[in-house]
Every structure is written in C-alpha cells, then in structure tokens.
Ligand binder design. Sequence first.
Ligand SMILES: Nc1ncnc2c1ncn2[C@@H]1O[C@H](COP(=O)(O)OP(=O)(O)OP(=O)(O)O)[C@@H](O)[C@H]1O
Ligand SMILES: [Mg+2]
Length: 220
Amino acid sequence: MLSVANLTKRHPGSARPVFSALGFSIAAGEIVALAGESGVGKSTLLNCIAGLELANTGAILVGPQAQDIVRLDEAARAALRATTIGFVFQAFHVLPTLTVAQNVAVPLLLGGVAAGEHAARIEALLGRVGLPGFGPRWPGTLSGGELQRVAIARALVHRPSLILADEPTGNLDPRTADEILVLLLERVREEGASALIVTHSQHVAQNCDRILTLTPDGLQ
Ligand SMILES: Nc1ncnc2c1ncn2[C@@H]1O[C@H](COP(=O)(O)OP(=O)(O)OP(=O)(O)O)[C@@H](O)[C@H]1O
Ligand SMILES: [Mg+2]
C-alpha cells in the first residue's frame, strides 16, 4: 500500500538533508507507528508521502496502483490524495469558517462519492468518532480533543486506503492525545486501511503492528 525507496529530502536553504536514502514499506491493512525525537523529520516524511512537500530523490509508491507520488504532477498528486490518502495533521487544520459537517465533507468535494451519500456518511462518521449531532456546530465552540476527532472523521470520510497521521500536540494533554490516536487506530482497523502514525506514546505504538523509529542516521 506504501513503498518508500531511497528517499532524500533537503529543505531549500538548509545545508544538510533532513533524511537521506530512507526505505520502508507498509502492507495493505498494516498499521505502523513512526517514532523519533522532535525535529528529526517525521512531519517532513509524512508531508512527502502525501505529496504536500516534494522529496529531492527517491520513490514513494502509494495506493493499490502503486503510483509514484514523487513523479506525478500537482494535479495528479491532488487526485491521488483525494481518492487514496487520508491525512490527520499535527495542528488539526479544521477550518474555522466551515461547520463541523462542512469540514468533514471537504475530501468528499474533491473525490468521487455521490452527493446524495454525503450527509449520511458524515453523520455516521461523526457518530463513530464520538461526536454525534456535532455537524452544525462551529469549530470555535469545540475543545481541542473534539477538534482532533473532527480531523479524524475528515481523514476517513472518503474511505482512503492509506491514512497518514501526525500526533496531535497543541492543547491536548498526553492522555487525551493517546485516547484520540487509539480511536483513530480502531477506525483504521474497521476500514481495513493501512496507516503510518507519528506518536511519542508507547501505549499507542504498542497498539500498532510495527514501530519504525526515525533517527538522524535513518530508520531503525
Ligand atoms: N519548510 C522548511 N524549511 C526549512 N526547514 C524546515 C522546514 N520544515 C521543517 N524544517 C526543518 O526540518 C527538520 C524536521 O522537521 P519536522 O517538522 O519534520 O520534525 P518532526 O520530527 O516532525 O518534529 P516534531 O516531533 O517536533 O513535530 C527540523 O529541523 C525543521 O526545522
Ligand atoms: Mg512533527
């Protein structure tokens, strides 16, 4: 479902790469934890896999068709994200001027799900993340933990085969952050999707099938 080979990323203007020659794969239905110290490049790696940042060299084969996101143009990357990838960002990125339901609907607007199915799917998913009836609410009236649940619902609503999740930080206490990632794991297993989940939590990592640790010298 995901195969990364010989991946190198250097940010413009920075002397040395964040990581170089990384390689690993994630099988269909496999959930992998990504650990590593702050600043080592975990978010950068997730952004490269989602095609939100461009890797300098290497290949990233994504989805059932094993498309190399490094080699696709921007439109094709966006299409692959819309159909195949669900992303939970470190800082939520729930849009404040859209209701909860409209936020969850965003991936549906880009993908190929029939409009008549949207409302029912959104309400069902809000129920699955513990937010039944929250659809009409405004993000500004939700707690940090509730916002992260909205972000999880949004990441799953288009039934992606690969979920990428960056550990929620911000205002979440470690226990709430843990609970929310465990909820995400349950939903990913329910959908039979694959996932790469950044976490500092032993508890969350133990609930994954495998743990990869990113260090300045590469993956362990
Ligand atoms: N756009 C950018 N331009 C230059 N440097 C960047 C950019 N984005 C990230 N970096 C640098 O790349 C390194 C890796 O950052 P990244 O955000 O991937 O770390 P991380 O492992 O996710 O850390 P954390 O656990 O704190 O979230 C850091 O040194 C960071 O300062
Ligand atoms: Mg990060």
